[in-house]
Each structure stands twice: as C-alpha cells, then as structure tokens.
Ligand binder design. Sequence first.
Ligand code: SF4
Ligand code: SF4
Ligand code: SF4
Length: 425
Amino acid sequence: MPEVRNWQLGRTMAYPYPEHHPDWQFAFVFNINRCIACQTCSLACKSTWTFSKGQEAMWWNNVETKPYGGYPASWDVRLLALLDEAHQAAGIEAAWTSDTTDREAPYGTFEGLTIFEAAARGQPQQQQALGYLPADEEWRAPNIFEDVTPEGRPAKDSLGLQAEGATLPEHVAWFFYLQRLCNHCTYPGCLAACPRKAIYKRPEDGVVLIDQARCRGYRKCVEACPYKKSMYRPTTRVSEKCVACYPRLEGADPASDGVPMETRCMAACPGRIRLQGLVPIGPDGSWADDPQNPVTFLVRHEQVALPLYPQFGTEPNGFYIPPRWAPRPYLRQMFGPGVDRAIERYRAPSRELLAVLQLFRASQRVIFRFEIEEGPRVFETEIDGKPWTMYDDTVIGFDKMGREVVRLSVEEPIHQRPAPHPNSI
Ligand code: SF4
Ligand code: SF4
Ligand code: SF4
C-alpha cells in the first residue's frame, strides 16, 4: 500500500491510493460550547437534499448528545471496540507521543493503528478499512438518548461511566452536543473501500462525492466510513452522502453573487456555532501558511479546534472547539491529545482569537480572509490565576473577491429605541 502523509497523526500512514491533493479544501470549525441542539442545521439539510422517498432515515447532518447518543446508534463505540481488538491482536498500544510543539505535527505522533492499517493486518485481508455495516434499526433514531447524562442512565453502563444519579451538594452531570456531517476527509475511508471507484474527491475544493451512475450499492462505503456518513438508499439501490451543498460552494446559488457561499446547514445555525471555510492546500498536501484565513487560524495557529477521532486516520476536515465541562479523558479519546491546550486557549482567549470567534455564522459568504482593527480596553479580570484583558476590537471578513462582507466588534453595540416606541419592533 502507498504511504501518505497525515499531519493529524504526525506521520505517514498506509492508504490504498497515492497522495493527490486538491487546490482548496472544504473545511469547517464547530464550537461545541455554543450549540443548543435546536436541530435547525439537520432540518436545513433534510429539507434541501433528503426529503424524498427512500431517504426517510437519512440525516446527512445530525446533532447527537454525547456520550450516549449516536446516529447510527453507537457508531463510535463500535468502531473503537473493533480498533481495540485489532490493537490487542497486534500487541500494539494506541498511544500518542506527547511532543506537541511541532506545528506540522501539532498533536504529536499517533503510534497506534489507523482503520487502514488495522484492516491490512486483519485475517483474511478483505477490507480496505476496518469498519462494520450498521443494522437497519440502528439508523432509526437521529438522536436517541437526547439530553441524557451519564448520571441519568441505569447502573452498569457499558462505558463504565458513573452510573448513579447526581446528588447535591456535588453536581457532576454532563453531556454535550456533537454536530456531525461528512468530514470530506483527505484520505476518505469511503473512497478507499469502493470497488467500483465511484467515489471521488474534487480537485477544486476537496469535496467527496459519490457518482450515482457508477455506484452499484455494494455499501462498502457505508461499512468503511468511520463516521458512518455514507448512507444507502433502498429505493434507488445506491449510496448517498453529504454533497457539501456544492452549488453554493461554486457560487452558483442566485443569492451567492458568484462567490462561494456557506452550505445550508452552516448558514441556518441560530447558535452561531459554525464557521465554514475553504483552506488553501499546498501540492504536498500541507495547509498553506495563511494565518488570515479564519479556519487556518483557528486550527493551525491557535490550535483551538480539533479533528474528530484523528486516530481513525482519514484526516477529517471538520474541527471542533471541545466543550469545557466534559471529562478530559473522554474528550482526549474523541479529539486527541490537543484537548487540554485547546480548552485552555478557549477559556482565556488571545486578543486575536476573541475577535475571530465573532466571525462564526456572521455572513452567508465564505470568509477567505480577516483583518482586525484594534479598539479600546474594556474589561480586566483573572482567569486561572492569570490576568486577562478584553479589548473591543473590530474584525472584518472578506469574501473570495476580497470584498468586505462582515464587520463586527467584540462588544455588541447597544441600540436604544426611541422613547415613544419602547416596545415596538
Ligand atoms: S443549528 Fe447550530 S445550534 Fe442548532 S443544533 Fe445545529 S449546530 Fe447546534
Ligand atoms: S466522513 Fe466518511 S463519507 Fe465523508 S469523506 Fe470521510 S470517509 Fe467518506
Ligand atoms: S453541507 Fe449541505 S449536504 Fe452537507 S450536511 Fe450540510 S446541508 Fe447537508
């Protein structure tokens, strides 16, 4: 198998195809701390792309409550268990080295097996990627166990988390919402596994698509996608997945004014947790050093947003600012060893980070570049025993053509209604 470079693992890894990279990569950052689980994103996608016969149980975008929620049910726990078995059989520990200062290997080096490497060691070697095919009933509920905390579940839960009810004076209940769609991976498991070569990654934006005419519905992609974001449609007998709303990315939507526009699920988010972007990619697959691109800034420079299960090895292009309140071991398993640094930086954001955080969901146009105009100091406090200062800076976002599309200050301006109409809208 060819060796490809995976920056999230800090090393090369085996993958069925040689490296070939797009000019730009569709990517997004979700701030889990802000999500209210309103499911507007899920419905925005469903009402656009999956409202037809045969797509009833198909949610390209879903929001699930962790630790127990999952769509399909227990998708991550099941794959983690399979990987655990593979590591035990190989006598390898799925560990990370702790060196996290190298910008090209920001989470250290993963020394365990990816889904591709685990499959290559399996006997017989039938799979391109370690995976499983969920049963029909596992797709039925998009968010079962909604708002259920580990403490709210009956005793003897399979994850070994605290199973007794929360009691005062200590309240240790926790859960969080995980927003999910196809990660348009750099090394997609779905693409690797397709025997028809019906799945491809677009050179212009890295979007991963299934050619509906080539697909024969073997469901190898459903089995191999570690995030379970390729789905089978029984009425057409072919598989379907998120298309990254590519007409909007191409600027073909009438409202887009000819420039890349946010996808439906991103543009609909009232919690303002989503920031979608296109990041420039170098010929060797590395992210171009473009700190004024908001996604590059958050992921590579501030390192406050992390990939979902980077150890799977597909180099996903969706990134998450982890929740501050969930247990760290659980978060490290889900987002890798960068969790502590990311939460520390989010809790006491730098001046620049605080300004960029205002850009989430601020414009329907994809923001390619930002600038910050410095404003006055407005607040001082202490966070984690260190002094912290807030400035009322202004952040300006520009579209692909370099046109200003948004201008926001850190402090929200106060608008006073005229006295005769204090309650009018
Ligand atoms: S629309 Fe936004 S706030 Fe609502 S569930 Fe989706 S990601 Fe969360
Ligand atoms: S998330 Fe799954 S469906 Fe999407 S590109 Fe990655 S492997 Fe393929
Ligand atoms: S990007 Fe478009 S197709 Fe993909 S989940 Fe969001 S709304 Fe659906």
